[in-house]
Design a protein around this ligand. Structure first.
Ligand code: C2E
Ligand code: CA
Ligand code: CA
Length: 420
């Protein structure tokens, strides 16, 4: 094979992160790998179904930039794999190779676009080298403007993360939540931020899973909690009384000792328990119902709010939901984003909000970016909204300014949406 004809510069992100090929047929897998090799890709991983693919991704410090997926596989199929990756906040470029009908491939294209995962190409198998080159070329365009989402973290070690925690390099930013009833600040969500000298800012979607894997998530959560307690104290001194939502990982729930440490810190700070909401994702909760039930019940006993985060991305049933004493349902932003133009998203949103209300829960929509999306939430009677339309996450010092100066704008934005 002559390669001189294709003297294109190789994409450094693909070269560093590699490509994962998922196909149950060994023959097809080998043929796809050959096409990739001919297109100058050296770092190639493979898996025989969705479960195996998730295990491969989970074990890599630097996850693949691109995943080539066969749709029809025994075990976990390609569509479920796509959903599970999005649920883990992992959005590689996707190439679909399938024996399936064009109409099924078209449906998967819609799923990908709704999950904000770039589709680089789809083709009936076998995948040719020419198709592969074109698809790889599209990756360039899809990540060029967001290459910060792909910093090379191959040098990041557990020791480096431990040092970051010891030196308070990881701290929370805060994003306001707005109550639609009175256009006031309903609270803020604390979101972990890590700015490094070596790699610039690293997204929590990258470092939180590492902290979980390396057994440091409890230390991280306590570090965030300490910052939150200090910031709340400062805000209160300046007359700002605001409740704070803190994200908890699944592992925290199963560790009774950890919950005890949290309660102790909050108790020492003499802060009202109802000024805290703990956000727990659907997937973290329902992996172990008994542990989830007892952890959430304990939090409630102490008077804290408990929110079911990323609602809609997991597979919980209404029956499961009704058995756990949440106070809040937080609808994932994948259902909010673009909903005004998509009937089925509207239907999901409306029924989620109605169900939340019937169960007596506060409903919160995250990821509200446009007036049209806000208007939908007003129509559906959602209690609170959060999103870039109002504010991005900001450092604690800016919350105070925002509280004093921007609060006037909220009423304007809400009434504009009502009229739009
Ligand atoms: P999440 O809990 O679902 O948080 C919402 C994410 O959506 C945040 O991303 C936020 O910045 C982003 N966001 C808010 N409004 C908008 C919007 O209008 N448009 C768009 N496109 N995005 C919006 P972020 O800060 O990158 O956090 C990602 C995830 O990392 C969080 O998702 C959460 O699962 C996790 N995380 C962050 N901080 C912590 C933490 O302290 N502990 C744990 N366990 N997880 C954390
Ligand atoms: Ca959250
Ligand atoms: Ca979410």
């Amino acid at each position: 094979m002559q390669k001189i004809n294709f003297a294109r510069e190789r994409n450094p992100v693909i070269a560093r992160h590699g490509v994962l090929v998922v196909d149950d047929s060994e023959l097809q897998r080998t043929s796809t790998i050959l096409a990739l090799q001919h297109a100058d890709i050296d770092l190639i991983y493979q898996a025989g179904d969705g479960h195996e693919a998730l295990a491969v991704i989970d074990n890599l410090l630097v996850p693949p930039a691109i995943v080539v997926i066969d749709l029809d596989m025994p075990g976990m199929d390609g569509i479920e794999l796509i959903q599970r990756m999005a649920q883990n906040n992992y959005r590689p470029g996707v190439i679909i190779g399938s024996g399936a009908d064009a109409i099924l491939i078209a449906a998967v294209e819609t799923i990908l676009s709704e999950l904000n995962m770039p589709l680089l190409g789809s083709m009936k198998k076998p995948l040719s080298e020419e198709f592969m080159r074109e698809a790889l070329g599209r990756f360039d365009a899809s990540v060029r403007h967001k290459s910060e989402a792909f910093p090379d973290l191959s040098e990041l070690t557990p020791a480096r993360l431990r040092k970051a925690l010891a030196n308070n390099e990881i701290r929370p930013h805060y994003q306001p939540k707005i109550s639609l009833k009175d256009s006031r600040l309903a609270g803020v969500e604390a979101l972990a931020r890590w700015h490094t000298d070596e790699w610039g800012p690293i997204s929590p979607a990258r470092f939180i899973p590492l902290a979980e894997r390396w057994g440091m998530i409890d230390v991280l959560t306590l570090a965030i909690l300490d910052c939150v307690l200090r910031d709340m104290y400062e805000w209160r001194r300046r007359g700002i009384d605001v409740s704070v939502a803190i994200n908890l990982s699944g592992s925290a729930l199963s560790d009774r000792n950890f919950c005890g440490q949290m309660f102790e810190r909050i108790g020492q700070a003499e802060t009202r328990a109802d000024a805290f909401v703990f956000e727990i994702t659907e997937s973290a909760l329902f992996s172990d119902m008994a542990t989830a039930l007892s952890a959430v019940s304990r939090l409630r006993l102490k008077g804290f709010g408990v929110s079911l985060d990323d609602y809609g991305t997991g597979f919980s049933s209404v029956q499961q939901l009704s058995r756990i004493p949440f106070t809040e349902l937080k609808i994932d932003r994948s259902f909010v984003s673009g909903a005004p133009r998509k009937e089925h998203l509207c239907a999901i949103l409306q029924s989620s909000i109605e169900m939340g209300k019937r169960l007596g829960l506060r409903t919160v929509a995250e990821g509200v970016e446009t007036l049209a999306e806000l208007r939908l939430m007003q129509q559906f009677g959602c209690d609170d909204v959060q999103g870039y339309l109002f504010a991005r996450p900001m450092p604690s010092g800016e919350i105070e300014d925002w509280f004093h100066f921007d609060i006037a704008n909220i009423e304007k934005i809400c009434s504009l949406a009502r009229k739009s």
